[in-house]
Design a binder for this molecule. Structure first.
Ligand code: SF4
Ligand code: SF4
Length: 189
């Protein structure tokens, strides 16, 4: 008799605790549904980047005076001098190539670039992803990437370089041609 009563009480208590557990779970689910999400639905939503965010380095080729200070400042040897069209008498016709896959995002090159040029800055492109182990942008390619960020709205995003490489190459051709034409005009003067 005593044993039967014990089993009844245990079953009743078990049902009660199960029901409580279900209610607690439902409450937790309801709370989760109404609270604001701690994560963003990337790539549909973008994060607010902090001011002075150090994204992929960009290059204003028209402003560069070819001094090479950035090349000397880079601790990871990812900037290189390259000869190119001499567009002005006071410019050496030296431009800068960049290896974005080796960049540390340290910003030492930006600090080294003389204020008279200010041709380097960090964009808010978060990163570049590629199946290639190494990417080297010739100066016109780097300048093309810089222009395409604004033209294509690549801000605040990670760029799949394999998908956009053809755009960069096309734009680079235009930039190089424009520099050559400018240099030609200067030579005729
Ligand atoms: S940010 Fe740093 S690592 Fe990258 S190119 Fe500039 S100096 Fe080199
Ligand atoms: S430091 Fe600036 S101006 Fe000088 S070569 Fe580098 S990018 Fe050009």
């Amino acid at each position: 008799m005593e044993e039967r009563r014990f089993v009844e009480v245990r079953e009743r208590w078990g049902r009660k605790t199960n029901a409580l557990g279900v209610l607690k779970s439902l409450k937790a689910v309801a709370e989760y549904l109404v609270q604001s999400r701690p994560t963003t639905l990337y790539p549909f939503e973008k994060n607010d980047l902090p001011e002075n965010f150090r994204g992929v380095l960009v290059y204003d080729i028209e402003k560069c005076i070819g001094c090479g200070a950035c090349v000397l400042a880079c601790p990871n040897n990812c900037l290189y001098r390259r000869p190119g069209p001499k567009t002005e008498k006071n410019k050496p016709g030296i431009y800068i190539a960049f290896e974005p896959t080796h960049c540390l995002f340290c910003g030492l090159c930006v600090d080294a670039c003389p204020p008279v040029a200010s041709s380097l800055r960090h964009s808010n492109v978060v990163s570049i992803v590629s199946t290639k182990k190494k990417i080297i942008w010739e100066p016109w390619e780097w300048a093309a990437f810089t222009k395409l960020i604004e033209e294509k709205g690549w801000e605040n995003d990670a760029i799949d370089y394999d998908r956009v490489e053809h755009l960069v190459k096309e734009r680079a051709e235009q930039i190089k041609k424009a520099l050559e034409e400018e240099a030609e005009k200067g030579a005729k003067k």
